[in-house]
Write a protein that binds this ligand. Sequence first.
Ligand code: PLP
Length: 443
Amino acid sequence: MTYREINFFKGHPSSRLLPREAVIQATAAILGPETREYDKDPYNRHPLTYGSDEGALWVREQICTFLNDQVFKFKNGARSRTQADYLNLNSGASYGMLNILLQTTLPHNGYTRQAFIITPTYFLINDCFTDAGFKGKMTAINEQGHNSIDFESLVSALDQHEAEPQPHSTTEIIQGPKLTKKVYKYVMYCIPTFANPSGNTYSLETRRRLVEIARKYDMLIITDDVYDILDYTTPSDELPSPPLRMVHIDRSTASLGEDSFGNTISNATFSKLIAPGLRFGYHESINANLARQLSKGGANVSGGTPSQLNSMIVGELLRSGAAQRCIAHLRSVYSERASILTSALKKYMPLGTEMPPLKGGYFAWITLPPAYNAMEISTILAKKFNVILADGSNFEVIGDEKNWGQSSFRLSVSFLEVDEIERGIELFGAVCKSHAITNNIVM
Ligand SMILES: Cc1ncc(COP(=O)(O)O)c(C=O)c1O
């Protein structure tokens, strides 16, 4: 018997969820008229020509309204509010990440000493760190419980690096003639809300403490803020109010002088809120300094912002309200899938399986009792039943592995329909049962 593939690994929306018609309408609104009032404005420019370095001002203003007033609901005058010049538009979180590392760190001569990456991690991020020169300089930091991280290990590793004799290294080799770049001694990567893959959300206290540590050690915290708006716990017809991003906490407590750059950067994207094929996102920093630095990299000044047309399509989707409707739709679909997944896991998985509640984002991280072998189970499931699971071995920090493949899995709700989820978990449970029998595991 041949089985139709059921793929829990894919972390992107099923095709039926992609807002094709809304994108067509937004594109027509942008490109339909022969001219636009901003075509010749150097801060905006024609959608089909090279853009400004930071990206179109009117799009950045739309994003500010979206974030300040619709999502985070900051009061007028609140220090946490963002402004257009605190944003640098880019081509999504992946390129955004590489750009941050290239423009703010210098591992090659030892100036930037170490990268700290929360584990289990979004596996593709490893390659960005390697590309930027961090091979052999990546330390994995565990999460602790469902809302914190292992601060003790982080601080002790930082102290150890501080105590080591340092090579005499300056940032001279990457300074350009016009702008003095802020380069950090340490860098950290985390996903504070509805993390990929753990689904965890850090408490406010965890976020504040991280900011304090970052200030003390000259560390930049890069947060992938890509899932926080996909919250299932509030009604889908209103935009949720996610926990404060680290950049908000940093901004509202930092001294905002002319030469302050902050210790956080929000690396955000519309891939999970509208459609990943748009390849559009933004950096948000505490003030204009770091955002400007990121917009002045070599590739950016050669041609300007990397997604000029798509940024305007998203700007128009935000302006018209279509983006907000799209987010509401995604949240209601994913929320239904998450509740089917949760009840199927409860029904079919072995007693003692850990499965934290899935409250938002794409992913459930589940851990079998210790005697089971996750990698073996996922291989059998794929071979026998064409059910594809991501076992934990996929989420390691390269060079500092924690053996996540022994007993954990990540399951995504973004790609599968409810009947596939139910059937896939039923097969998953059946394979766990026969694995238990073969290996004399007490069930
Ligand atoms: C944590 C995280 N960061 C970044 C990305 C990629 O974002 P983008 O499509 O904007 O490059 C993903 C996509 O799976 C992700 O899970």
